[in-house]
Write a protein that binds this ligand. Structure first.
Ligand SMILES: O=C(O)CCC(=O)C(=O)O
Ligand SMILES: [Fe+2]
Length: 144
């Protein structure tokens, strides 16, 4: 599912960008703008900028990777802030299973020390959409 994100230079009365979220995908491939930075990642309550590495593809674990790995992979919360005077263009590809397929933590990695953290679910995209609109962290809806 490819997507193109265009963040035009903002007007003072509009605050465009991408609000904080974690990706609903299994994995996301991102080709950043060659010159204009904007992506930031949340870690330990602090926002960190993601530097531009020309022509590099950034790979991000999405919520479905966190669910299937029973929390071993973390799906990071990130956002895009706008640059005051330059347009930014990125290309994003979200990879995710068919919505009819049930997914859940892989059985083999669940044990007494690492109990199951997430429910088995179908169509995670739809679950996410509802929670995104409510401004909630989407993965919380499928935690046990
Ligand atoms: O434009 C970017 O750098 C990231 C966009 C993003 O996080 C998304 O589309 O999910
Ligand atoms: Fe994202």
């Amino acid at each position: 599912m490819p997507k193109r994100n265009r963040s035009p230079p903002p007007r003072p009365d509009l605050n465009l960008g991408v609000k904080p979220h974690a990706d609903a995908s299994m994995v996301t491939f991102l080709l950043q703008d060659k010159e204009v930075e904007g992506l930031q990642i949340l870690k330990d309550g602090q926002w960190f900028r993601v530097p531009i590495v020309p022509n590099a593809i950034l790979i991000n674990a999405g919520d479905q990777a966190e669910i299937m790995s029973n929390g071993m992979f973390k799906s990071p919360v990130h956002r895009v802030v706008t640059n005051s005077d330059r347009e930014r263009l990125t290309v994003v590809v979200f990879c995710l299973p068919n919505s009819k397929m049930e997914i859940g933590p892989v059985e083999k990695i669940i044990n007494e020390k690492r109990p199951r953290l997430y429910k088995r679910i179908k169509n995670y995209g739809a679950i996410c959409y509802e929670n995104y609109q409510l401004g909630k962290r989407q993965i919380d809806a499928v935690k046990i």
